[in-house]
Design a protein around this ligand. Structure first.
Ligand code: SF4
Ligand code: SF4
Length: 344
């Protein structure tokens, strides 16, 4: 355990204006919940407190750390085949009843170790990693911490990868996205009513985050397909058309749900996942499946059809990528020379 840093500065809090009854209360403006907090009260995410005009009792509390294949985030078009140091936190501003990481997202009781940003980036470098992922639970509710880590990582040539529900307000999105080198964002469904009622989130906030991220950094999206929640045609077409309206080049990971936390429906069938992928592929260029074995996750050259990247689970073979110029980050098909959308 390490000492709490003197330099931790809580942000995204604002005083509540009003009379005597609101004195000392603050609003957390980080996410659409805009929790009103007083004293030691914490917000919906359980990690941000009203004490002392806004404080961060879980700053630097790391619940999990591992070296993962980057494909596990999932990211398929960013540094394919590489490993990434991945850290997780506690708490979340959503309450998805099918959360696969509910032990760390829906409680702050998980065992943690505290690491200041300098320690985490030192560790990333000591492990020989070129990238770090903020992942597992919801990183955005720890905005001050990840901003500090990301700034430091950038200064030491470590790439920042964010895996997130994308549910924050515009100010936070505007501060965090410029520090991110690649992001995978959940698009959990396409109904704002379900985002609100079932997940405790906000579809407009997520759409804004996706659009802004895709205009500024490498962006991939994931949708966990959940029977009787988001597998109807309206939801699926809503997701497809929204993604296509931003860019048909955005990789979309269509992943099979399996029972977790409070959701006991049977898992999504492989046939259902493949059928959604085929429907999406009519409008989007890169659709991939997750949590099923369908050998359908290779990346092909859009021009000649050559296999650029072969994937078998997390085993990745880079077959046909070449770099023609040393001064940019563009990779080309080794067979026909066409430009690809893979980035390193
Ligand atoms: S980040 Fe947490 S405390 Fe802040 S508004 Fe969202 S849920 Fe509330
Ligand atoms: S947003 Fe992610 S971490 Fe949070 S509850 Fe939903 S699935 Fe779990």
């Amino acid at each position: 355990m390490f000492a709490f840093s003197e330099t931790v500065t809580p942000r995204f809090f604002e005083p509540v204006s009003g009379g005597e009854s609101t004195r000392g209360s603050v609003i957390c403006d980080l996410c659409p919940h805009r929790c009103k907090l007083s004293g030691n009260m914490t917000g919906i995410c359980k990690t941000r407190s009203g004490a002392d005009g806004g404080s961060l009792p879980f700053y630097g509390h790391i619940s999990s750390a591992a070296i993962d294949p980057i494909e596990k985030k999932p990211l398929f078009h960013y540094r394919p085949g590489e490993s990434i140091f991945s850290i997780g936190f506690v708490g979340c501003n959503l309450r998805c009843p099918f959360c696969q990481n509910w032990r760390i997202s829906q409680s702050t009781d998980a065992e943690t170790q505290t690491f200041m940003p300098e320690e985490i980036i030192d560790k990333t470098i000591a492990l020989g990693m070129k990238q770090i992922a903020y992942t597992y639970s919801e990183p955005l509710i720890h905005a001050e911490y990840i901003i500090n880590c990301m700034t430091l990582a950038r200064s030491r040539k470590i790439a920042n990868v964010l895996v997130t529900n994308g549910c924050v307000n515009e100010r936070a999105a505007g501060e965090i996205i410029p520090l991110v080198d690649a992001v995978n964002i959940d698009l959990k469904c396409f109904s704002d009513a379900n985002y609100k009622k079932v997940l405790g989130g906000s579809l407009p906030a997520v759409k804004y985050f996706i659009k802004t991220a895709s205009e500024n950094t490498h962006t991939e999206l994931t949708t966990l397909i959940i029977p009787d929640f988001n597998d109807n045609i309206q939801e699926i077409d809503g997701c497809i058309d929204f993604i296509a309206s931003i860019s048909v080049n955005i990789p979309w990971h269509i992943s099979a749900y399996y029972p977790a936390y409070k959701w006991n429906f049977p898992p999504a069938s492989p046939e259902a996942i493949i059928s959604i992928k085929e429907r999406a592929a009519q409008k989007l260029l890169y659709c991939y499946t997750g949590n099923i074995n369908d050998n359908g996750n290779n990346t092909f050259c859009l021009n000649c059809g050559a296999v650029l990247i072969e994937r078998n689970g997390y085993k990745v073979k880079i077959l046909g990528l070449i770099k023609k110029h040393t001064d940019n980050n563009t990779y080309y098909c080794g067979k026909c020379g066409a430009k690809t959308h893979i980035r390193y």
